[in-house]
Write a protein that binds this ligand. Sequence first.
Ligand code: SIN
Length: 274
Amino acid sequence: MGYETIEVRKLTPTIGALVSGVNLGGDLSNRQFDEIHQALLDNLVLFFRDQTMTVEQHKAFGAHFGKLHVHPNAPRAVEGHPEILVIKADETSKRVAGEVWHSDVSCELEPPMGSILHIHQVPENGGGDTMFANMYAAYEALSAPMQHFLAGLTAVHMSLKSANHQYRERGPEQRFPEAEHPVIRTHPETGRKALFVNRGFTARIPQLTAAESDAVLEMLFRHAEQARFHCRFKWEPGSVAFWDNRATMHQAMWDYYPQKRFGYRVTVCGDRPA
Ligand code: SIN
């Protein structure tokens, strides 16, 4: 598909594109949604500058791509909008969301297809970038014998492996999900294979002994965390990133303490990895 209603400029040859010519808070045409969707499949993460969106508009944009996800254990920080996840760090923070490489809530039985983060406030010292990794490329760079070995394996993803115990105060309606997914998943829309393990949530490969599982997972984490698979995005107030959790993982850099960074994330539900 050629793009007629948006402009798409690649950020790196491997992953990421800057999209312009669209106001995400406005009324988008069906063609614009289709082109954004296609650009997401082609580039895995899209970046938009200078966007103004209320939380209602942010949710409406996300809802066009699927049902919105409510985080199982994060605080409900915006009254009346449980689908809004607040991303916030300041001088009182002990940790920040997403500091360890991860695919969002991959511990869900049906992990999200995508996430849309709108950053409102950036640290003044130039910190707070986010890194994204292309997990198709990580899979394709493995040797054929390793791809073959991993093909029949699953991995257990656990909420409690992540830093989410910071959220334990929320109360009885919290969930701490755990799910078993294929180590190599096939993307439901592109049909391409992607490595689907991440340091944030993936705890073990049940078909292997504990020592084997630790060694194989550590090898895969280090492999996918190599910079050759990545892009790095520098946020400005009003920037939006829309990433495909089925074929990427990401890491938020917390290199700006005690300065502030603030934004809202909407997460779009996905399907069971195959
Ligand atoms: C996240 O959604 O994991 C946080 C990303 C970020 O803060 O850049």
